[in-house]
Design a binder for this molecule. Structure first.
Ligand code: CTP
Length: 395
């Protein structure tokens, strides 16, 4: 049971706010609601007051005559703030540190976890300004996201921008306080390897590093000490509580892994490691010749298989591999489980994840039936995977 402040902005999805408030109440929380002026046009404050059993606030000026500093007290006492729907305008105000209305003022006051459930037209969500605002907000240690989902939008468009369902938002609220990985140490690898040919060229792959980074950040939020070994990536730095160690080649990654893996409770190998590297590195830029050229490639070590071998019969650390396939997903995952002697293979089809912000994975296990599929934003899938992993790490 906690004090939750529910902020509602003026997006069509505001009509779902009473249902969310009801679910939060049902979970045992005391729910205070702050509506923006625009939200009052889409959802009746009386409906929210009835569901929460508490007064609903809209303006910064209410109660001021009696000497109450409502926005400070409201925000300071909240153990979490949930904004659903969070419109493009609210994200812009929050990212700019504005306090021009009661809700944005509360966001500036609070240090409690803030859960944002965006809802807007997909063009607005994809706009560079909204991308920038979301990135700025993500840098705050207390900000988390749920959604938006892709699908049919109220405006008739298709695409990302639909608010997550109230049940998914309520579940994300419960995760805000979860510290089930306290005291655990995790090593996560992410991103591609770059295998250099000459000073200006390399062999690489399309991995973005998003899944591994989402796992690292989710695990750190849940209390784990996390080191992220990350290949070349366009992603922003991970959350401050994740230690970032960059690498380029498979052999660099091997060195970083071997220096750390024994001290960890789990190694999550989300990196897309090149199986081959150019046999020779030219210190001078290679020049164009005539006709075909062939490249001699030397095999890279299979790093996960090496950890599996070195670990032998002991079950620690837990080893989790990832595989991306274009077909025969389950069969490939099971073959890799055996070949690499790891505990889990998290498998997905290239078309469901590569380069996307969302993913769909299934988990194949050395012991037990497959889990999943888990589907959604990479951060939601990371939390679902950690939900299944946490009990194994506590043993
Ligand atoms: N992996 C690794 N070292 C390699 C290649 C892969 O540690 N040289 C790890 C990856 O990080 C991933 C898992 O093994 O966790 C599966 O990667 P994948 O590329 O699918 O496996 P491969 O054994 O290379 O199989 P494929 O023949 O399908 O490429």
């Amino acid at each position: 049971m906690a004090k939750v402040l529910l902020g509602v902005c003026g997006g069509i999805a505001a009509y779902k706010a009473p249902e969310l408030a009801r679910l939060l109440r049902k979970a045992g929380h005391a729910v205070d609601v702050v509506l923006t002026e625009a939200a009052t046009r889409l959802v009746a404050p009386a409906a929210l007051a009835a569901v929460t059993g508490r007064p609903v606030r809209v303006s910064m000026w209410e109660g001021l005559e009696s000497g109450a500093m409502d926005h400070i007290a409201l925000a300071a006492e909240a153990e979490a703030i949930v904004v659903a729907p969070a419109t493009a305008d609210l994200l812009a105000r929050a990212a700019a540190g504005r306090a021009s209305d009661l809700l944005s003022a509360c966001l500036l006051v609070t240090r409690a976890p803030v859960l944002l459930a965006p809802a807007m037209n997909s063009r607005m969500w994809d706009h560079p300004f909204t991308r920038r605002n979301a990135a700025v907000l993500s840098e705050l240690p207390n900000v988390r996201w749920v959604g938006p989902e892709s699908g049919e939008l109220a405006c008739g468009w298709e695409g990302p921008g639909r608010m997550s369902e109230p049940a998914a938002i309520a579940a994300a609220v419960e995760r805000l306080w979860k510290r089930d990985l306290d005291g655990r140490r995790l090593l996560v690898t992410a991103g591609p390897t770059y295998e250099p040919l000459d000073p200006v060229r390399f062999l690489g792959n399309r991995s973005s590093g998003r899944m591994g980074q989402a796992l690292a950040e989710a695990a750190a939020r849940r209390g784990a000490r996390v080191t992220l070994l990350r290949g070349p990536s366009a992603l922003p730095a991970p959350a401050a509580d994740v230690e970032l160690v960059p690498f380029e080649t498979a052999l660099d990654l091997r060195r970083e892994l071997l220096a750390r893996w024994r001290q960890c409770d789990a190694v999550l190998m989300a990196a897309a490691v090149a199986d081959y590297r150019p046999r020779t590195f030219s210190t001078e830029k290679l020049k164009r010749g005539v006709g075909d050229v062939s490249l001699a490639l030397a095999p890279n070590p299979d790093l996960l298989a090496e950890l599996g071998r070195r670990r032998g019969a002991s079950r620690t650390p837990l080893l989790v591999g990832f595989c991306v396939e274009t077909r025969h997903l389950a069969a490939a995952a099971r073959a890799k489980l055996r070949a690499k002697r790891c505990d889990w293979i998290v498998a997905n089809l290239a078309r469901d994840a590569l380069g996307l912000e969302t993913t769909k994975v299934e988990v194949h296990r050395a012991r037990g039936k497959p889990l999943g599929p888990f589907e959604g934003s990479k951060s939601a899938v990371a939390d679902a995977l950690l939900d299944a992993l946490a009990p194994l790490l506590r043993r």
